[in-house]
Design a protein around this ligand. Structure first.
Ligand SMILES: N[C@H](CCC[C@H](N)C(=O)O)C(=O)O
Length: 273
């Protein structure tokens, strides 16, 4: 491995969840250098981002996504980062309309049309339902809680208190607060583990909320589709824009889960190490 002295990067954002994106098909980036990742993500000492993503070659798929949270540590699945790396791979000419890539939670199918990326998420086979919250894994762990007046809610303070409570302190969790704003329409704000702050959007988080809504809202109507259970499409407003999540529900089994929304390049540059 030749040590890098210069790194070319592109900056992407998906509904305001922003990422440093590096074409690392030559595998020159040292994935153990957590300090470097944290510095590049820092909004004052670095480029500034919620996470850093390496695009690498993969044996089974068109490419591989290696995702780090802003704290420098490798994270679990990132839905918005997944949408952004699809746009990045498309711009590099790695695929034309449809792709399959590998990530920490397995293979993901995705497509891109006019800057809107549709990303297939991993199936969800279990949802923990408590009195005040739902807890599920959509590639990353998510706590989902319904609140009123979400626009004025203390997402940072309340999210941090849950993320560091006795249950979650060690492994952490992402914490989503949800308000129903219409039929199959949610407003979601998320405190993210690994960023340890509210982000403007969290893809695996809104996916978790869209799924929880089918359990929380008994009046929500889906469309029956042969063999796949019931189909839903939920619109989600986040601080950074609008997303949509579609899925099939069969009891507590959720399949064909798609996260859709815009992903775009913001700028590019070179880091001198
Ligand atoms: N922003 C990401 C979530 C990253 C998950 C990360 N915070 C972790 O729990 O490791 C998303 O769009 O899904």
């Amino acid at each position: 491995m030749t040590p890098l002295t210069k790194i070319f990067f592109e900056k992407y954002q998906g509904t305001g969840n922003d990422f440093v994106m590096i074409d690392d098909r030559k595998e020159q980036f040292d994935t153990n250098n957590n300090e470097l990742v944290a510095r590049l993500c820092h909004r004052r000492f670095g480029i500034g981002a919620d996470g850093l993503i390496l695009l690498r070659n993969d044996e089974k798929a068109d490419f591989k996504m290696v995702y780090f949270n802003a704290d420098g540590k490798e994270g679990s699945m990132c839905g918005n980062g997944g949408r952004c790396i699809v746009a990045f791979a498309h711009s590099l000419g790695i695929f034309k309309d449809q792709t399959v890539f590998n990530a920490v939670d397995g293979l993901h199918e995705a497509s891109i049309t006019n800057g809107i990326v549709s990303l297939k998420m991993k199936d969800v086979d279990t949802v923990e339902q408590e009195k005040d919250f739902y807890f599920l894994d959509t590639g990353s762990p998510h706590y989902v809680s319904y609140v009123e007046n979400l626009a004025n809610f203390d997402v940072f303070g309340q999210g941090k208190a849950i993320r560091y409570n006795d249950r979650f302190r060690e492994k952490g969790t992402n914490v989503n607060f949800v308000q129903r704003v219409g039929d199959k329409h949610l407003f979601v704000r998320t405190y993210e583990r690994g960023v340890e702050d509210e982000t403007l959007s969290c893809g695996t988080g809104v996916t978790a909320c869209a799924i929880a809504e089918s359990l929380a809202n008994p009046t929500m109507n889906g469309i029956s589709s042969l063999g796949l259970g019931v189909g839903f499409e939920v619109k989600i407003k986040v601080m950074g824009g609008e997303l949509a999540v579609a899925y099939h529900k069969n009891g507590l089994h959720f399949t064909n889960i798609y996260l859709k929304g815009k992903a775009e390049k913001v700028f590019e540059g070179t880091i001198q190490l």
